[in-house]
Every structure is written in C-alpha cells, then in structure tokens.
Design a protein around this ligand. Structure first.
Ligand SMILES: [Zn+2]
Length: 228
C-alpha cells in the first residue's frame, strides 16, 4: 500500500494498492475502515465521464467519481493506467480518476477538476492531487496516433520522450501538466515514483502479462458520526 505524502495530514483513507492488496472489498474495508457495502467503483470504459455520487447506488459507467458524501470509499481499478486521487481540503470533496492514454487524451482529470470548481465551488488552491503507480516514460512506448491524441490535450512537455527511434509517454507527467494548466499550484501535486511495468512483482501490469487482475486507487471522507 502506498499512502500519498500530500494526503497524509488529512487523515482520510487515501491510498494506492499493489498486487497483493488488489481490489478485494474485504481488504479495502480493513485498510480504510469503511464498510464493504460503501465502496464505490464505477464501470470504467476509458471515457471522460465524471460521475457525481450523491446517493449511493449501483455502479455507473464513468472513469471519474466525485463525492461530498461521507462514509463512502471511491475507487478506480488499474493495471498500467494511472489512478489519481483528488481532495479539496477546504470544502471536503474527494474524487478518484482512472486515466489511461485515452482518458488523458480526453482530459478527464481537467474535467474532474472542473466539476469540483463548478458544482462544488472548489478553489484550485485547495485541491490536492496524488498520482499513483502506473506505466511510466521508461516503458510506455506508443504509436503516433496515441502520441497525437495525448499531445492535442496536453501540449508539449517533458512527458514525451524519444529514445532509439521510439516515442514514449509518461502518463503522470502528462496529467501533471494538465493539472497545472487548470491553475493548481505545483506544491499541491504528489507523484508516486513506481512504474507498474518495471515492477511486475509488486504491481499488475496489463502490458507485461495481459492480466485481468487490477490494483487500485482509493479515497473517501470519514463519516463524522463514526469514531474510527
Ligand atoms: Zn518502467
């Protein structure tokens, strides 16, 4: 389990799992202190749909979930794609985002931030973001179509790396640029260093093993009525 440095002080359950912890509800409940039945993971389809969870119900098709509701653990499943946790420390809003190259090309993180600023009146200075383990620029070689799509949403930057006639992209750096362009201060952003493809003994990597299994990123607001 990885606990983002910038969310530690919040006292929230906010963490990224590895291949041992995975996405098994019992384990997530144990780690977070939130009951299994209050764990919400959307049906991920590499969309740019941001679901605002008001009443806890069945999973919706979305690749980002935002909530102000307490006592719910939001999560996204990944194996190379980037899990992103978002927290408005002033208004107490949380979000979990799934960003592969498609989500990154569709600007899903920016769209999540926009939902927070528009619907919840979040200020960008109050939004903290943690980027979890994903495939990184060391390993993620992509074709020209993928590069063009991500570049159209992100602009130029240090997330594009050319080596040996191939082009590699770094999903963390691309999403970092997108967050900065929304006006978030750099000091509000935290990045896990790990590359899932480099560390198959620690993380599921779809590219490495074509696995169906997933780890995840999880965040929730504690229920004020329950003393955990
Ligand atoms: Zn790597």
């Amino acid at each position: 389990m990885i606990i983002p440095e910038n969310l530690k002080a919040s006292g929230l359950p906010a963490f990224f799992t590895n291949r041992n912890e995975g996405i098994e509800p019992g384990g997530l409940s144990h780690i977070s202190g939130i009951p299994e039945e209050a764990i919400y993971m959307p049906i991920q389809r590499h969309t740019d749909l941001v679901f605002v969870l008001e009443e806890f119900c069945c999973p919706e098709v979305a690749d980002a979930v935002v909530t102000a509701r307490k006592g719910v653990l939001l999560g996204v499943r990944v194996a190379d794609c980037l899990p992103i946790l978002v927290y408005d420390r002033k208004r107490e809003i949380v979000a979990a985002v799934h960003a592969g190259w498609r989500g990154t090309a569709k600007g899903i993180l920016g769209k999540t931030i926009k939902v927070m600023t528009d619907r919840f009146s979040s200020g960008v200075d109050d939004i903290l973001i943690a980027f979890g383990p994903s495939i990184r620029g060391c390993c993620y070689d992509v074709n020209g179509d993928v590069l063009s799509a991500v570049e159209a949403a992100t602009g130029d930057g240090d997330y594009i790396l050319w080596r040996g006639g191939k082009v590699y992209i770094d999903l963390v750096f691309a999403n970092r640029i997108q967050a900065l362009s929304m006006g978030l201060p750099d000091e509000n952003l935290w990045m896990a260093g790990e590359c899932t493809y480099c560390l198959p003994e620690r993380f599921f990597s779809y590219r490495c093993s074509k696995t169906e299994k997933r780890q995840g990123g999880f965040i929730g607001l504690k229920d004020g009525n329950v003393n955990r």
